[in-house]
Design a protein around this ligand. Structure first.
Ligand SMILES: Nc1ncnc2c1ncn2[C@@H]1O[C@H](COP(=O)(O)OP(=O)(O)OP(=O)(O)O)[C@@H](O)[C@H]1O
Length: 283
């Protein structure tokens, strides 16, 4: 049975949802994202197969699964890049994400961080955040209009959160890989997303950067809901309260890291491949 109500709100045609619309997802049942009975086929191959996933408001969830399990396809469905053949995807109880396009979904409060950092290398850390605050207004408007005190405070707050206050005047291009990843997370935070989807945040990071990223993501939970797709099992163990294991496009298991690691199905199809190591062997 679907947990979400059947009264999903669909935007009326001709009145697209804009950034300033500030959709407030209805999370009275404690759930911010409902993915129900979702299937996606590519040329007859089911990348997602009747998948059900519920993300609680404010939780930090890790999503793991072997290559091809469907993790990226699931993120693509949530963010509107891929339309499912069947199923329901809802932001809170009422916002039907399948009725929105990618930018409307972003504006509704769902931010996505891809694996590779995409910061503006020729601009300073501060300017990158300034641009993100401006949203759709464009680069020239945002760089030449005077920031309000409130906006400056917001940037200072984000710089503190991502640990780049001292680097705020450095060119983004001169940052380390880890610092660029944090800056991009900060750029997403500027839009004040309720739900953040983060794809392999620690790939290519040093041990110290990985540790700092764990602190950053755990500090974001509560105010934001965070879904992290990650192959690094040591990292997952360090941040996860609840882990969802995908296999062949469906949820194989869900629970604490300890529960997942002792689940025979998981051991067989995923962790078992290298149950003696920390890494999953992602190429
Ligand atoms: N556009 C597409 N056309 C055809 N097949 C696709 C397409 N996108 C994904 N697939 C297939 O769907 C399955 C799920 O892919 P997906 O990228 O979602 O897995 P994943 O769990 O993200 O894997 P990885 O960890 O390697 O990124 C794979 O078998 C993949 O080859």
């Amino acid at each position: 049975m679907n947990l979400a109500q059947e009264t999903a709100v669909k935007p009326t045609q001709g009145s697209p949802l804009l950034a300033q619309d500030h959709i407030e997802p209805d999370t009275r049942h404690g759930v911010i994202l409902y993915v129900e009975d979702v299937s996606v086929s590519f040329d007859g191959f089911k990348a997602l197969n009747d998948l059900n996933l519920y993300i609680n408001d404010g939780e930090l969830r890790c999503l793991i699964g072997a290559n091809g399990a469907g993790k990226t396809t699931l993120m693509d469905v949530i963010t509107g890049k891929t339309r499912p053949d069947t199923g329901r995807v809802s932001f809170g109880q009422q916002v039907d994400l399948l009725q929105l396009n990618e930018s409307e979904i972003a504006n509704a409060g769902i931010g996505r961080k891809f694996q590779k950092p995409t910061v503006f290398e020729q601009l300073s850390v501060f300017e990158n955040l300034e641009l993100s605050l401006a949203g759709d207004k464009g680069i020239w408007t945002s760089l030449f209009h005077k920031l309000s005190g409130e906006q400056k405070d917001r940037i200072a707050e984000i710089l503190f959160t991502i640990g780049l206050t001292e680097q705020r005047h450095l060119l983004a291009g001169s940052l380390s890989h880890g610092q660029k990843q944090w800056l991009e997370i900060g750029m997403l935070l500027a839009a004040e997303p309720r739900l953040l989807l983060v794809d392999e945040p620690v790939a290519g990071m040093t041990a110290q950067e990985t540790e700092r990223t764990a602190e950053l993501l755990t500090s974001l939970a509560g105010k934001h809901s965070v879904v992290v797709v990650e192959h690094d099992m040591a990292f997952v163990r360090s941040i996860a309260r609840k882990v969802t294991v995908l296999h062949q496009g469906t949820v194989l298991a869900e629970g604490s890291m300890n529960e997942i690691q002792s689940n025979p199905d998981v051991i067989q199809v995923y962790l078992g491949e290298e149950s003696h190591g920390e890494e999953t062997g992602k190429e």
